[in-house]
Design a binder for this molecule. Structure first.
Ligand code: G3P
Length: 248
């Protein structure tokens, strides 16, 4: 079954109102492969401005995080319901920077994922192992543990895109080889088949993140289980357009 190629740009905590204007102009004036679903994820403060600037284009926006409670005394947080209210269609959850720097547990990521889906958002669910875990041959165990936590709370995976992002490849310039990435993506799809059923496994998009760039995206994109990318640093550059068009 054909899966629509998906490319996300995670801008992380970068940019200003001025620079995001330039970035969105690059996107709206570029020729983007119409067979690719493109989502960019600006910091929360810039979400609505970017969404407005992208009106009329096929590019959608994603929040970089959200809180699972609908409202209340949670200073500094933005709820999934607020994203829904603002018509923000996507949210990134479980990014390794959230897991590591802000100590989000597997269970918290799962809770947020369930809440986001209940609010009718689509989720880019990030998983991935550290270098230490890879060297200890624990890669598949780690991603399966992270996925199992979500599967314990979520039955319908149709609005989830899984982003496999090995922590050692994020922002390091050290991209996983296409074989390394394919191997883990295949293991994730096998997990999905065993746990969620064959149909879900066939339709589930599994994208790769970690030092994706114009120069390495084409080879990665050819792998049978790589259905797109989640791009950090290169999503802030015009090069992002080449990554969106990796299949051309
Ligand atoms: O979410 C994307 C990300 O963590 C990868 O970042 O800069 O290595 O492309 P980067």
């Amino acid at each position: 079954m054909a899966r629509t190629f998906f490319v996300g740009g995670n801008w992380k905590m970068n940019g200003s109102l001025e620079s995001t204007k330039e970035l969105t102009q690059t996107l709206t004036s570029a020729k983007l492969d119409s067979n690719v679903e493109v989502v960019v994820s600006p910091p929360a403060l810039h979400l609505l401005t970017v969404q407005e600037a992208l009106k009329g284009s096929s590019v959608k926006v994603a929040a970089q995080n959200a809180y699972h409670k609908a409202s209340g005394a949670f200073t500094g947080e933005i709820s999934v319901n607020m994203l829904k209210d603002a018509s923000i269609p996507w949210v990134i959850l479980g990014h390794s920077e959230r897991r590591t720097l802000f100590h989000e547990s597997d269970a918290q990521v799962a809770e947020k994922t369930a809440a986001a889906l209940a609010a009718d958002l689509s989720v880019i669910l990030c998983i991935g192992e550290t270098l230490e875990q890879r060297e200890a041959n624990q890669t598949v165990d780690v991603v399966v543990r992270q996925l199992d936590a979500v599967a314990a709370q979520v039955k319908d995976w149709s609005k989830i895109v899984v982003a496999y992002e090995p922590v050692w490849a994020i922002g390091t310039g050290k991209v996983a080889t296409s074989e390394q990435a394919q191997e883990v993506h295949a293991a994730i799809r096998k997990w999905a088949a065993d746990k969620l059923g064959k149909t879900t496994a066939e339709t589930l998009r599994i994208i790769y993140g970690g030092s994706v760039a114009g120069k390495n995206c084409k080879e990665l994109a050819q792998q049978p289980d790589i259905d797109g990318f989640l791009v950090g640093g290169a999503s802030l550059k015009p090069e992002f357009v080449d990554i969106v068009n990796a299949n051309n």
